[in-house]
Design a protein around this ligand. Structure first.
Ligand SMILES: [Zn+2]
Length: 95
């Protein structure tokens, strides 16, 4: 199953086409078990009131470098990470 980023303005997809200019894009599920943190994710996405499903992901583009731990060459999202990089509303609607 290809993974899609839940950010509407973001075109990142999982699978074969996920490498863009050698940038590694990973996908992370929403912290559905951690309600306070989930609320922060959704608030930062400006989608208050929305509840993501277990099958929705955010891509690594929305997290700053300090949200990640690197172990054995693998990038892990810290369990305190909050996504903070989103396209502005203008970017979404003025294309
Ligand atoms: Zn994305």
């Amino acid at each position: 199953m290809p993974r899609y980023c839940a950010v509407k303005a973001c075109r990142n997809r999982g699978g074969a086409a996920s490498r863009q200019d050698n940038k590694r894009i990973s996908f992370y599920p929403f912290p559905l078990h951690d309600k306070p943190r989930l609320q922060k994710w959704v608030a930062n996405m400006k989608r208050e009131g929305w509840i993501p499903s277990r099958h929705q992901y955010l891509c690594s583009e929305h997290f700053t470098e300090d949200c990640f731990d690197i172990r054995w060459g693998i990038r892990y999202l810290k369990n305190t990470a909050i996504p903070s990089i989103f396209p502005s509303v203008e970017d979404v609607y003025v294309l």
